[in-house]
Design a protein around this ligand. Structure first.
Ligand SMILES: Cc1ncc(COP(=O)(O)O)c(C=O)c1O
Length: 351
């Protein structure tokens, strides 16, 4: 990293292609001289989300009530917002669905992947994976016929993927970014090697989407999940997304086939028949107020422009980045005091 000075930081700010979008967000604490660096946890509030949620509450829920499922196109929101997220991760329309949480989507896609390859048993992941990914992987391994999990060091796996990819590996699952230190790994190469061994890949893009150019199509990724409450500013607890490459669309069976993923939900048929498209992976009624906030963020302007900014030349290569935040400083610094989230109300254990 270059030597950081005030002047070099100001230059980085001036060159930032997303600079013009700052005014789209409410950053109230900026008035107190606080720089908000917790976008990896909860993205800032987009101004347009406020009016949009208000309108949905009063006009759609209030005045139109149940008619809004069709008149206000509530039914299409999971797919419609998915299509807006798609360019940010190099996916095609119809390959991204907004639903549930990242944890639930991971479970759903792992279940799908394991049943897609019944001849293979091992799930390959890394020790440094986000905890929920490890817990969900463990549960999926137990529930879907006790698949063994091979958990290796992230650095070792990326340094020599061939060594860990036996022909028994069914699916490789991890995140391109280490959430602890910001290190970015070369998932293009890992995807290629996994495919050479006949394995599927399932990426958790929670710490990439909206900030790092990802081109799932050029690397021929199979499956992915990710959060929207971080860099997509979808709001606290906003629904997550899942990606399924078009080539797997028909073969990958829904793990949690709910009524909203049925071909004709309002026929109330006693037997499940999957919807034609990616909507078949909907397991529940979408929480519309959360969807509205996320839709407002991505509406017409922000997502396309972000896509432009993030993929100026449709770049296809993934440049690995070494860890950039080894450890948050713990001791107070007089010139730049750091407020850690758990100093301002977040507890590390439940009451
Ligand atoms: C990499 C990663 N995966 C998954 C999750 C969990 O997402 P969710 O709460 O939507 O299940 C997080 C949450 O911060 C995360 O950082």
């Amino acid at each position: 990293m270059p030597n950081l000075t005030r002047a070099s930081c100001e230059q980085l700010d001036a060159d930032d292609p997303l600079r013009a979008w700052r005014d789209e967000f409410i950053l109230p604490i900026a008035a107190d001289g606080v720089a908000y660096l917790a976008g990896h946890s909860l993205g800032a509030l987009p101004k347009r989300a406020i009016a949009s949620v208000q309108r949905t509450v009063t006009d759609e829920w209030g005045d139109q009530a149940v008619r809004s499922w069709s008149d206000a196109d509530w039914m299409d929101l999971p797919r419609r917002i998915g299509d807006k997220i798609a360019p940010l991760i190099g996916a095609l329309p119809g390959e991204v669905l907004v639903a549930d949480s990242t944890s639930v989507n991971l479970f759903k896609l792992l279940g799908g992947a394991l049943r897609l390859r019944p001849d293979r048993r091992t799930i390959l992941t890394v020790d440094e994976n986000f905890p929920t990914d490890l817990y969900i992987t463990q549960a999926a391994s137990e529930l879907f016929s006790d698949h063994p999990i091979d958990r290796v060091s992230q650095a070792d796996l990326f340094a020599d993927p061939d060594r860990y990819l036996s022909d028994d590996v069914c699916v490789v699952t991890l995140s391109p970014v280490d959430f602890r230190d910001g290190a970015l790994y070369d998932i293009e190469n890992l995807t290629r090697v996994a495919h050479e061994h006949g394995a599927l890949v399932l990426w958790d893009l929670s710490h990439c989407v909206g900030v790092i150019p990802v081109d799932l199509h050029s690397m021929q990724a199979d499956l992915a999940v990710g959060s929207t409450y971080k860099y997509l500013s979808g709001g606290p607890g906003a629904p997550a997304f899942l990606f399924i490459a078009e080539r797997w669309r028909d073969a990958l069976r829904p793990t949690l086939p709910g009524w909203m993923g049925h071909q004709a939900p309002f026929d109330f048929a006693p037997t499940y028949a999957p919807a034609d498209g990616i909507e078949r992976h909907l397991s529940r009624t979408p929480p519309i107020l959360s969807f509205t906030a996320l839709d407002a963020t991505s509406k017409n302007v922000i997502a396309p422009r972000m896509a432009e900014a993030l993929m100026p030349s449709r770049r296809t290569s993934f440049t690995p980045r070494p860890p950039c935040a080894k450890e948050m400083p713990r001791s107070p610094c007089t010139r730049l005091p750091i407020q850690r989230p758990n100093c301002s109300g977040m507890e590390s254990s439940r009451p």
